[in-house]
Design a protein around this ligand. Structure first.
Ligand code: DX5
Ligand code: ZN
Length: 220
């Protein structure tokens, strides 16, 4: 699978969102982290900001919803034109029904797993999703350290996807940088979220290129 680089705009210069998105226009997606202060202890943004990023037309939007009750709130992100909408397994009441609804509304459906949530309960419904997001930090904040022990889950997820003969993307999010992206790619991830690594770099465009190059050497 070709690696995708999805920079998280959580800690970019929000006052210059268009400028920041333009810097990373060589990326594959803009990863928009929506937090509600309930599911995670942090508040970021919701539908209006995601919609502004969609309307900027610079990059397709990959919405990561760290929110309670996604069954109720996630479909709106598909309706405004997000390319992909990822909700958390721990927060959804009916993940299968929600995934179908998101796809019906025209977006890709993603399922996110916190570090302590296993993939096992979802192996029989992997085909309902376009992407599994294996969190490599506890969700809530940018700038945390990559949890390498999550690579076992990435491997198990990749094996289950292959065993089912499916083509489902595996995204990793949290602490992805030049130091960690190769380990994640080797384990079977193909979609990489990087926040601080990209936006703290002197040249965000070049950082996206370098991350993609490193990942491509290991993507299966
Ligand atoms: C964490 C978010 C991530 C995060 C990534 O809750 O989902 O997208 O902002 O930032 P870094 O790359 O700095 O860990
Ligand atoms: Zn995220």
């Amino acid at each position: 699978m070709k690696p995708m680089i999805s920079p998280s705009i959580l800690n970019c210069d929000i006052a210059d969102l268009r400028g920041e998105l333009t810097k990373i226009q060589n990326a594959d997606r803009a990863h928009v982290d929506c937090m509600d202060n309930h599911f995670v202890p942090n508040l970021s943004w919701g539908v209006p900001v995601a919609e502004a990023v969609v309307k900027s037309g610079i990059l397709p939007v990959d919405a990561h919803l760290m929110i309670a009750d996604p069954d109720r709130w996630a479909p709106a992100y598909a309706e405004i034109g997000c390319e992909s909408v990822t909700f958390h397994a721990e927060a959804a009441t009916a993940p299968l029904r929600l995934a179908r609804e998101l796809r019906h509304l025209g977006s890709k459906a993603g399922l996110a797993l916190r570090p302590a949530t296993d993939i096992d309960p979802f192996v029989d419904i992997l085909g309902e999703f376009d992407m599994i997001l294996v969190m490599t930090v506890e969700p809530g904040f940018g700038g945390q350290s990559f949890i390498e022990s999550m690579m076992a889950k990435v491997r198990r997820t990749r094996e289950a996807i292959s065993a089912a003969g499916l083509e489902v993307s595996i995204q990793v999010d949290g602490g992805i940088s030049r130091k960690t992206i190769e380990i994640a790619a080797e384990a079977g991830a193909d979609n990489f979220v990087a926040g601080s690594a990209v936006f703290k770099a002197d040249d965000a465009y070049a950082e996206v290129e370098e991350l993609r190059r490193l990942a491509a050497q290991h993507c299966h």
